[in-house]
Ligand binder design. Structure first.
Ligand code: 15L
Length: 268
């Protein structure tokens, strides 16, 4: 539906700006929002309003009439609990209430840090399947698990459709050896968002947000439901990054990498 607007939160961030351009080029009407000003020229068919995810009235207002919310807003890195609380915990409730009232579907930018304390699979070991695999590696990762479960609740109780994308590492290129497993290209993310918007039915779904990387840690998910398959691969960057290790044994053992090692105080 190209007539009803799509709301993109976190629109001023790296992923939000890339998606605004890609969705505008596809002909979508866009309502963009962020706590920070939009740094670029607005793409065609887009309007921008500054909002705070902690402000319920503002979130209900801005989502009014929207067909979908692509929720990329909130704290996107490992931060102390108090900083995560308002945008990522309260904010998720505001996003889902707004979606329920507008009759919109939600794409939630979840993260691999919701499952970061799973060990990296060795050669021949099974890959991690998406459903029910939470092992957060930080208060940030915990907020992403909570956001996914908010989607579970709103689908079961109110029929709000939602796709939870456990993004690995979405950057222009992989920048270290871990990203040979976790990298998601911008183009694969843009195609995923379009597949979500155009899928006849989503329900409550969880998808690994990674490109078609042979070194992946991840197995089954619900991608068939939206007909998405990643087309890019991190292998093209192997020679450039394979020797770039963190040097920290906790970071190297677990899927979440450095987030697992931050503030780590377990004796054994
Ligand atoms: C994330 O969740 C962060 O938003 C991003 O900055 C990266 O740190 C990424 O995870 C990752 O694990 O590489």
């Amino acid at each position: 539906d190209l007539k009803k607007p799509v709301l993109v939160t976190g629109a001023s961030g790296n992923l939000g700006r890339m998606l605004a351009a890609a969705l505008s080029a596809r002909g979508y009407r866009l309502r963009l929002t962020d706590i920070k000003a939009f740094p670029d020229d607005l793409p065609a068919g887009a309007e921008f309003v500054t909002t705070d995810l902690g402000d319920e009235a503002a979130m209900l207002r801005i989502a009014d009439d929207c067909q979908a919310i692509l929720h990329f807003g909130g704290v996107s890195v490992d931060r102390p609990f108090e900083e995560v609380m308002d945008p990522n915990i309260r904010g998720l409730y505001h996003i889902y209430e707004a979606a329920r009232r507008a009759g919109a579907r939600v794409l939630f930018a979840s993260s691999n840090h919701s499952i970061g304390f799973h060990s990296r699979p060795g050669p021949g070991e099974p890959k991690l399947d998406a459903p029910g695999s939470f092992r957060p590696d930080s208060f940030y990762g915990l907020s992403k698990a909570y956001g996914e479960l908010m989607g579970r609740l709103y689908w079961d109780k109110h029929g709000v459709e939602n796709l939870n994308v456990r993004i690995g590492s979405c950057f222009p290129e992989p920048v270290d050896a871990r990203m040979l497993a976790t990298w998601l290209s911008f183009d694969d993310l843009a195609r995923l968002c379009i597949a979500f918007l155009e899928a006849p039915k989503v329900g409550h779904a969880v998808v690994w947000g990674a490109s078609n990387n042979p070194a992946t840690y991840w197995g089954a998910d619900h991608r068939a439901r939206i007909g998405w398959e990643p087309l890019d691969s991190s292998e093209a960057f192997r020679a450039k990054v394979e020797k770039l290790l963190s040097g920290n044994p906790v970071a190297e053992r677990y899927q979440g990498g450095a987030y697992c090692a931050n503030d780590y105080s377990r004796a054994s």
